[in-house]
Design a protein around this ligand. Structure first.
Ligand code: ATP
Ligand code: ATP
Ligand code: MG
Ligand code: MG
Ligand code: MG
Ligand code: MG
Ligand code: MG
Length: 292
């Protein structure tokens, strides 16, 4: 039967395709579905199961490798969520939102499941299986992206201080969840620090950096020596025409050889995971290649 009779249905799709705003940073955030339940059925250590955080970090690293050097510039993970910041120039899938979000969610989930036995060798995966949702938001400026990341890291700190105190009251203080919740109602940060210190001898400052700050993943471009990459000689000195390119693709004033060298350096750069402050300027001043 001629396919043309049915082909009109394609137009329904075309008219609803969202192309994310060009020349903006795309942030794709994934989040575990019903992980409150999932972490219980899989006996996660509370409040922070290190194996699970390492597994999240491994799945996030896989997203970097799978999408290639030019796509994700930095990612930030905490609890059951991960945010991937795509470069402003990213043109993957013509910036179609559904393709981007579904692909990132799917890569992440596939690696989370396939790497599970490495991180949980004695805990078989059982139903409900781990699944994730995803969303994309465009941010036009570096300041917006940094504020977004600061928002997530501040959230990490607030939740972790709460959870650390909550679980100390239960695990070491013998309270029920309801009693611990009541105890913490209306408390400020300094009250929680005080409860931890005076009742349980815990100095919150000494808690693991991964728990307090979350996980920052990026390509350590700055650590690759210039001498280790060479562009092809014939391109030397040829300045790239920007007129034929969209503003997002334009790298003004850079010769093609320079662009090639930078791309090679990026591909060589190791993907690293750190648990550091990304709210203050220092992290960004030392790593100017991440956001530009
Ligand atoms: P939703 O589907 O709406 O996201 P959810 O149950 O996943 O529902 P979240 O707000 O995403 O709700 O919370 C994630 C839950 O998973 C929290 O209860 C958190 O304590 C738990 N969790 C996530 N990672 C870990 C971990 N590494 N160790 C222990 N618990 C974790
Ligand atoms: P894209 O990422 O754009 O979807 P693609 O390579 O997946 O790229 P598709 O148009 O989705 O392109 O085509 C799917 C490909 O997988 C085709 O080459 C198809 O022949 C092959 N394929 C899918 N299912 C089977 C199957 N069961 N047996 C053999 N080949 C298959
Ligand atoms: Mg939620
Ligand atoms: Mg969740
Ligand atoms: Mg969550
Ligand atoms: Mg396909
Ligand atoms: Mg197909």
């Amino acid at each position: 039967m001629a396919n043309s009779k049915f082909e009109y249905v394609k137009h329904f799709e075309l008219s609803s395709t969202t192309h994310l705003l060009p020349n903006t940073y795309i942030i794709i955030r994934i989040d575990g579905r019903s992980f409150h339940r999932f972490t219980t059925t899989h006996a996660f250590t509370k409040p922070n199961d290190i194996r699970a955080l390492n597994l999240m970090n491994a799945a996030a690293t896989a997203v970097f490798h799978d999408l290639g050097g030019e796509v994700v510039s930095i990612a930030y993970g905490v609890s059951d969520e991960y945010s991937f910041i795509l470069r402003r120039e990213c043109n993957l899938f013509d910036r179609r939102e559904q393709k981007l979000v579904s692909t990132v969610v799917s890569i992440f989930t596939a690696y989370y499941v396939s790497l599970w036995p490495t991180y949980f060798p004695s805990t078989p995966l059982q139903r409900p299986l781990p699944t994730f949702d995803g969303r994309a938001v465009c941010y036009p400026t570096i300041e917006n992206v940094r504020d977004y990341l600061s928002w997530r890291q501040a959230d990490c700190h607030i939740n972790n201080l709460y959870n650390t105190t909550f679980w100390a009251l239960i695990q070491q203080g013998g309270m029920t969840a309801q009693e611990a919740e009541k105890e913490l109602m209306g408390t400020l940060s300094r009250d929680k620090n005080e409860i931890l210190y005076s009742r349980f001898g815990i100095n919150y400052n000494n808690e693991s950096e991964m728990f307090k700050k979350g996980s920052v993943v990026y390509r350590n471009y700055g650590a690759v020596p210039d001498s280790s990459v060479q562009a092809d000689d014939k391109d030397e000195g040829e300045v790239v025409e920007s007129a034929s390119k969209s503003p997002a693709e334009t790298q003004k004033g850079k010769s093609r050889s320079q662009q090639k060298r930078e791309a090679k350096k990026l591909a060589k750069a190791e993907v690293v995971i750190e648990h550091v402050d990304i709210i203050k300027d220092e992290f960004w001043e030392k790593r100017p290649w991440i956001l530009h």
